[in-house]
Design a protein around this ligand. Structure first.
Ligand SMILES: Cc1cc2nc3c(=O)[nH]c(=O)nc-3n(C[C@H](O)[C@H](O)[C@H](O)COP(=O)(O)O)c2cc1C
Length: 165
């Protein structure tokens, strides 16, 4: 083996997971942002975590409201994953800009994109500084899934979005 950078390692671990993090803006509308760096944390109680850049609008919304829905996008959402991963809700209404079709979710004020495979409704428990990111640790309140959708993954250093097959 030879020494490599951590970004290079993240290419070598491709495909990496992909989620669309949905938060609520002050006017009640949904902001959608792409997040690869997430993990299950605990099954008892249910907990997950994800890391977002300190500058992200989603992080600000989450710290303000305490609420987030982490979704795993189905294959029809590949273009939305890339678009929501390269624009900020701070200056773009992504839902209207990218024609994202939203659906209601039981027990959640936050809407999520149609064709999601999994939706994890969370409350922020705590967050920690982690270099240029914050690590958000969340309690899971509800989990929903749809077997018929094919999950998307990030390939080739987050530049290509498609399912495993
Ligand atoms: C495939 C992919 C994966 C990404 N993963 C992350 C991630 O794990 N954490 C993060 O902070 N940003 C990640 N990004 C970048 C954010 O989605 C991007 O900074 C976005 O503009 C944040 O939007 P917001 O300001 O509305 O929250 C990713 C982008 C792409 C395309």
């Amino acid at each position: 083996m030879k020494e490599i950078s951590l970004p290079k390692a993240s290419q070598l671990t491709s495909p990496n997971p992909v989620t669309l993090v949905c938060t609520q803006k002050p006017d009640g509308a949904t902001n959608v942002a792409t997040v690869s760096w997430w993990t299950y944390l605990s099954f008892n109680p249910y907990m997950i975590a994800f890391a977002m850049a300190k500058t992200s609008y989603s992080g600000e919304m989450l710290r303000n409201s305490g609420k987030v829905v982490l979704t795993v996008p189905g294959s029809k959402l590949a273009d939305i994953v890339l678009a929501c991963g390269s624009t900020s809700g701070r200056n773009t209404d992504k839902v209207s800009q990218f024609n994202i079709e939203l659906t209601d979710l039981e027990n959640s004020a936050i809407k999520i994109p149609c064709h999601s495979k999994v939706a994890i409704v969370c409350r922020l428990k705590e967050y920690h500084e982690a270099g240029d990111h914050y690590l958000y640790i969340c309690n899971v309140e509800k989990v929903y899934g749809d077997d018929s959708e094919a999950a998307l993954f990030a390939w080739n250093g987050y530049t290509k979005i498609h399912p495993i097959q």
